[in-house]
Every structure is written in structure tokens, then in C-alpha cells.
Design a protein around this ligand. Structure first.
Ligand SMILES: *Cc1c(COP(=O)(O)O)cnc(C)c1O
Length: 400
């Protein structure tokens, strides 16, 4: 499917990514490494163009969720070290080695399987150990007995097929609960101490994702791992105070007006006839629906921007379209509409939909063309799925 700006598209402003990167980087002490999280297609922004930009800017590490996402980056020529945050089946050690990837290791059985296969291949697999200090997701549990956990981790670190370059943990509530975050951080430091006593140390110790990068410099250690902040968003809308560092949203989601007509008072709008017009209304049909990532929960709640003016979505959001009340505005088919982005915070839509901006960014669907604003046209290629490359449009708004 050739994707252009004829219908619905996401403008990705890589100069804003650069601004956010430099802003976050400036908060770090000398020598602290920067890992850019580009999982889930870089939170919907396009993993390859974003990774390329971060590589040029000097990020020391990248992170993805899984092997397929890492392979996509290597196949696109990205050479920066890549950490896989999640599960990789041990049968795939060959690919981890071939692509020179760093695998997260979080249990002893998995570690042994990975090591055996690496030894069989005559190589050592680079790994980062994951400690569970209170997220209850991946990692060795670190409660009040760090020595016991350290013993298990030490056994893994000395396996012949593994090279334990790093160790990390992840905060469960760094945007909400300082005390709990510090409890987790202390558990992590206690574990590091206990490992040190066994003669085990790591080149890269890390724990801070966006929320901790923004709020807790004491947690930076050797590397930080921001994701959402790179894309210009605060982890929790409530910490988007005036004292924020001035991050800029990278993605602006835009659509077009498909038709405009006056519909008489008393007429219902869209499926279910849930919205009955109270007055004669200029109704615009917009070329965006829930199949593009616009949550159906926003029906009759959301406002979008037409010519810089907020207009309400009326009636239910359909799969490919929705209707907006543009009464009193000069609107014609083909006009651009901002759904969220630089002028309309995605956080507002997230709160209407009862979710978080992370989910809405990731929900922008593959059929939505990504248009890269500061790249030459041959780089406006967005790789969707594995191995399939969709050539984008030339960046000019197409004819309807
Ligand atoms: C997703 C993720 C991050 C990035 O989180 P943000 O809140 O987007 O900064 C960092 N570390 C791990 C382990 C993650 O899963």
C-alpha cells in the first residue's frame, strides 16, 4: 500500500527528537551513557528513522522489546549496541550473536540455555542482568536478602557462554511515588554491593526511564533509558508542570476533511444515532477512524483543530471516518485537521479515552503514513512489519 498525505498521516519532526535528546542529555553528568528506547516501532514514530537519528546524535545504546525489532534495525544498517528488553527463545542465540545484540537475562534456566548455545557456537553472548526490585515483571526478585539473589546472579555471570556487560532494574512508580522508587533503588544498590562482595561488577548499571531521568538524578548510575520523554511527552501528565525541561512533541497526527454539508436540526449522526443535532449544523466528515488509532471511546468527547480552531467530534467514531461540527467555520473538502500533536496535546485525548499517551502513540496504525519533516525525501521511508519497506510519498500533500 502506497502511503501518502492524502488521507491521514503522522508528521514526525526529527528536529524535535533532536531537541528532546539534547535536553535530556544536558541533564546527565559527564560519562553517563544514553540509551534511547525505540521499542514498538519507536512508540509509533518509526524505529528505523528514529534509531538512525539517535545514532547520529551519539546515543550509546538503543533498546527494543524483542529480536524481530532488533533485526529490523540491524538490517537497516544501525550499528549502535542494542539491548533486547524482553524474552528471546534460546533457539535464537545464533541470531543474537550474528546481529551482535545484547540480551536481557532474568532467570537461571534461561541463562544456562543461552550460555550452552553460545558455547556450542564458539562465542560469548553479551547480556544485561535484570533485577526485579519491585515491578514484579522480569528479573531475579530482590527483596530483603540481597546476598541470596547475588549468589544466583553470580552463578549466571560466570557461565562460559555469557559476557555480563550490564545490570538493570525498572521502577514501577517513578512518576507517582518517590518513597517506593527509593525503596526499589536501595534494593538495587544493595544487590550491587552483594555482587561486589563476590567479586562481580558490571560496566553498565542502569535503572532510570523517563520519569526517573526527569526527577531523580541520583538514579542515573552509568546509563539512563528514556523512551517517552524522547518523543516529547512526560510519563505522567501531572508532572508536566511549568518546571518541566521543555520537551517538544515529535508526532503530530493529521487528517483531512472529506465532505462538508449542512444537516438539519433533529437529525442523528453516525452509528447508533447516539447524537441528535440540536440545531442546523455544518458537519464535516473526517478521514480518520478507529482503524487509524483514534479511540472509539473519544466519540462525542474529543475536540480536533480545524484551521487552528477546536471543533467537537459528534456521534460515534467509525472505522475509517468520524464527523466534526464545523458550524460557522470556512471549511472545504481537503482541508487539514490536527488530531493531536504540536498544537493539541495528546495527553488531553489520553485522558478522554481513559488511557495514557504511550498507548495512543503506539496505537497509530500501520496504514497511517509517517512523514519525516527534517529528512531528505529518500529517507522518508517507514519500515512497517518485518522486511517489508513501504516507500512513502514525496512529502507534498497529495491531491484528493
Ligand atoms: C519501556 C521501557 C523504558 C522506557 O520507559 P519510558 O517511560 O517510556 O521512558 C525503559 N526501560 C524499560 C525496561 C522499559 O520497558
Amino acid at each position: 500500500m502506497k502511503q501518502t498525505r492524502t488521507r491521514t498521516w503522522a508528521e514526525i519532526d526529527l528536529s524535535h527528537l533532536e531537541h528532546n535528546y539534547r535536553t535530556l542529555r544536558a541533564m546527565l553528568p559527564q560519562g553517563c551513557r544514553f540509551l534511547g528506547v525505540v521499542k514498538a516501532d519507536a512508540y509509533g514514530h518509526g524505529a528505523v528513522p528514529v534509531a538512525r537519528k539517535l545514532e547520529v546524535l551519539g546515543a550509546e545504546y538503543l533498546a527494543v522489546a524483542c529480536l524481530d525489532e532488533a533485526a529490523e534495525l540491524r538490517q537497516a544498517g544501525i550499528q549502535t549496541p542494542i539491548l533486547i528488553l524482553g524474552y528471546t527463545p534460546p533457539e535464537n542465540v545464533g541470531l543474537l550473536l550474528e546481529y551482535q545484540l545484547t540480551q536481557t537475562v532474568y532467570d537461571s534456566t534461561m541463562a544456562k540455555a543461552l550460555s550452552d548455545r553460545a558455547v556450542a557456537a564458539g562465542q560469548r553472548l553479551n547480556i544485561h542482568i535484570k533485577a526485579d526490585t519491585g515491578m514484579s515483571r522480569l528479573g531475579w526478585l530482590c527483596g530483603d536478602r540481597p546476598a541470596e539473589t547475588a549468589e544466583k546472579i553470580a552463578a549466571v555471570c560466570t557461565l562460559p557462554g555469557l559476557e555480563a556487560e550490564g545490570i538493570y532494574t525498572h521502577f514501577a512508580n517513578a512518576d507517582g511515588d518517590e518513597a517506593y522508587t527509593m525503596t526499589q533503588f536501595t534494593r538495587f544498590l544493595d544487590l550491587l554491593d552483594a555482587l561486589e562482595k563476590r567479586g562481580i561488577s558490571f560496566a553498565i548499571r542502569h535503572c532510570a526511564a523517563s520519569a526517573a531521568v526527569l526527577q531523580y538524578p541520583c538514579t542515573y548510575l552509568d546509563m539512563v533509558r528514556p523512551g517517552v520523554a524522547l518523543y516529547g511527552h512526560y510519563p505522567d501528565p501531572s508532572c508536566q508542570g511549568l518546571d518541566g525541561p521543555g520537551l517538544l512533541p515529535v508526532m503530530t497526527l493529521k487528517t483531512r476533511v472529506a465532505s462538508v454539508k449542512t444537516v438539519p436540526a433533529g437529525t442523528p449522526v453516525s452509528y447508533g444515532c447516539t447524537h441528535v443535532l440540536e440545531r442546523d449544523t455544518r458537519l464535516a466528515a473526517l478521514t480518520i477512524g478507529y482503524a487509524d488509532g483514534l479511540p472509539r471511546l473519544c466519540s462525542d468527547r474529543l475536540q480536533v483543530l480545524v484551521h487552528g480552531r477546536p471543533v467537537p467530534i459528534v456521534g460515534r467514531i467509525c472505522m475509517d471516518m468520524c464527523m466534526a461540527d464545523v458550524t460557522g467555520l470556512e471549511v472545504v473538502p481537503g482541508d487539514e485537521v490536527e488530531v493531536f500533536g504540536v498544537h493539541l496535546p495528546i495527553e488531553e485525548m489520553a485522558s478522554l479515552a481513559g488511557t495514557i499517551q504511550y498507548e495512543l502513540l503506539c496505537a497509530v496504525s500501520p496504514r497511517v503514513h509517517r512523514a519525516y519533516l527534517d529528512e531528505p525525501s529518500e529517507d522518508t521511508t517507514h519500515t512497517m512489519g518485518r522486511g517489508r519497506q513501504d516507500r512513502s510519498g514525496d512529502g507534498t500533500p497529495g491531491a484528493l
